[in-house]
Design a protein around this ligand. Structure first.
Ligand code: FAD
Length: 381
């Protein structure tokens, strides 16, 4: 028996985490309503890597047979020297099950949104939640509504997180990320990590002849956090002017770069109270250097719905946080460490590149084996 039969659940936010939660709660028998402030379900024009741990959630949600239509199966990840363009090593991804995938974000949102609609989820688009309360009440423009459970999947600037926790103090990491899409017909489905002192670039192809580019630079002056801050191609090109020819030519093709200031946020202390819970970036924003923010949001979504289906709410929500908080904290620490590893200079850089080269030559599986705790984890088991 599911404890969610006949339960009403409101999800605030129609991003990847919110839609996955809406679908999971619906699959476990709840009547689900999604509130999304944007007038339609949409995502920024950018790519996203879904690793096997996130892929298992998509499969458990019943989306497996659609994934090849909307994403590419990744073949390998190749660390490269950004100054010379030389490939340092190639680590095979083809043996990952489920496959490691490259999505256009909008395609993933379309897939999740379509499945939610088919599953009977109600959408209130163009509806910004102004306030939430642990008693299950949400406040919209024209009044309040009450649910058995309200889930804050409302991202970085979460209203729900603020109700459950004291104001936190995110700090600027001294790093900014530009992102952009360029055309690249028939590019191999390989993620390239171009590393240089104080900066790195990640590039990988998407369906429909696009290549996703994320370029990260350490710098002293602050930039705002968020996907929608336009910057000029000239600023991006100037930041990477000292890179090798191949990378510079890739950067030169980014016509409309967006700039994101990278901030560190503490993991929320409290993920729930009574009838209110948070997930994804609302609970634990992470730096993008391990490509895990959305994957962790998918894992949260499944875990929250499954625990609420298995136990009454007052027991389920503490179990949810206790299952999730240690794992996301470990993933966030690993992402923070990657930032340092990618940006090494001088002797440290030479030693690190030699180590990667040796690993690639003699024990290529050991590289991904170190991430077994992350990729092999199955929250749906
Ligand atoms: C440069 C970069 C690259 C990244 N690459 C990857 C990657 O490859 N793989 C990966 O797993 N992660 C990646 N991430 C992280 C990932 O993008 C996020 O962790 C993920 O999108 C979080 O999903 P979410 O659903 O929790 O929040 P969001 O995607 O932020 O969704 C929140 C939703 O809530 C809505 N909302 C907010 N407030 C309200 C309100 N009051 N009322 C109604 N609606 C509201 C918003 O409009 C939005 O639709 C990357 C991040 C960056 C910055």
């Amino acid at each position: 028996m599911s404890h969610l039969e006949h339960a009403s659940v409101a999800i605030i936010g129609g991003g990847i985490g919110g839609l996955a939660a809406a679908l999971a709660f619906s699959r476990f028998g709840a009547a689900v309503t999604v509130f999304e402030q944007a007038a339609e379900l949409c995502e920024v024009g950018a790519g996203i890597q879904i690793t096997p741990n996130g892929g298992r959630v998509l499969a458990a949600l019943g989306l497996d047979d659609r994934l090849d239509d909307v994403s590419l199966r990744a073949q390998a990840v190749q660390p490269r020297d950004a100054l010379t363009g030389r490939t340092i090593a190639r680590f095979d991804l083809t043996r990952q099950t489920p496959p490691y995938r490259f999505f256009h974000r909008a395609a993933l949102i379309d897939l999740l949104g379509g499945a939610c609609r088919a599953s009977g989820v109600t959408f209130n688009l163009g509806t910004r939640i102004k306030a939430v309360s642990p008693d299950g009440t949400v406040t919209v423009q024209d009044g309040t509504q009450t649910y058995d459970l309200v889930v804050g999947a409302d991202g970085l600037h979460s209203v729900a997180r603020g109700v459950l926790n004291a104001q936190d103090a995110p700090f600027f990491t001294g790093q900014v990320a530009w992102r952009g899409l360029i055309s690249a017909a028939n590019a191999d489905p390989v993620a390239h990590i171009w590393m240089a002192p104080g900066k790195h670039v990640v590039s990988y192809p998407l369906k429909d002849g696009l290549l996703n580019v994320v370029a990260v630079q350490e710098r002293a002056h602050w930039a705002a956090e968020g996907w929608h801050h336009a910057d000029t191609p000239e600023n991006l090109q100037a930041a990477f002017a000292d890179m090798g020819t191949e990378l510079r030519s890739l950067i030169a093709q980014v016509e409309r770069p967006r700039l994101w200031g990278l901030f560190r946020h503490p993991v929320a202390q409290n993920w729930y109270l009574n009838r209110l819970a948070v997930l994804g970036d609302a609970a634990h924003p992470t730096l993008p250097f391990l490509a895990q923010g959305a994957n962790l949001a998918l894992e949260d979504a499944w875990t929250l719905a499954a625990t609420c289906a298995a136990a009454p709410l007052d027991q389920a929500l503490p179990i949810y946080q206790s299952l999730r908080a240690p794992r996301v904290s470990r993933a966030i620490a690993a992402a923070n460490a990657n930032a340092r590893n990618y940006h090494l200079g001088g002797l440290q850089r030479r030693v690190a590149h030699a180590g990667l080269r040796t690993l690639g030559a003699v024990a290529p599986n050991a590289f991904l084996g170190r991430l077994g705790w992350l990729y092999d984890h199955d929250v749906t088991a």
